[in-house]
Write a protein that binds this ligand. Sequence first.
Ligand SMILES: [Zn+2]
Length: 246
Amino acid sequence: MQRLFPFLLYGLSVCADGSREAERAGPGGDVSSEAPPMERIDRPIRRVMTEEKVVALTFDDGPDANCLHLLRLFKEQQVRATFFLIGNRVEKEPDIVRALHAAGMEIGNHSYTHANMKDLSPEQVREETLQTQAALQAVTHTAPRLYRAPYLQYNESLWEVLTELQMPAVNASVDSTDWVPEITAEMIFERMTTNIQSGDILLMHSWSGKTLEVMPRILESLREQGFQFVTVSEMRTVGEDGFIGR
Ligand SMILES: [Zn+2]
């Protein structure tokens, strides 16, 4: 019999990340009166090490109209996913962002202009990151807790900003490659449903019509394999961060 994932019953607030805080504080540490020490962030999370039958579906580059199609499907099927959004689009499409947030989807920072951070000055990297935090905070009244780099490209300036914000970077363990023109919808379906393991983070793009087309079948197949769909932050509370894809 399949165990119900606790968040689906109680919601995120009950499962505040107590275990991690305790670990950071160390033996005898008093979490309530001491701020946790700054953790250096300098490599992306690729998966979560867990035995729970959970996966995290992630969608980059929104908000866009396809997000609303995905949202309708996810609401019907009680799926929670994570959307990494681009700051300047957040400002143009705040209603879509609000709808995602209101439905319990996790929203992460995917830079302000989708530039490759390796091409930018330290000041620009900082600006790209903070402007998007501010844009999302203004719309959802919540500070995003996760970052995904455009093109999954990092540099020292970016690690510095992420460390300051204590905001982990998230890559993925399974890439749909739905951004490659030659990839067919069927190939995306195969990639997203074959050899999927507990704790996998699946990378897709909301603008991909092919991904949208096969999403109902992806959900059906992964469900049949026993998986539940949670946000990346929810998944991080049931296992350690994994830094190697597979
Ligand atoms: Zn992107």
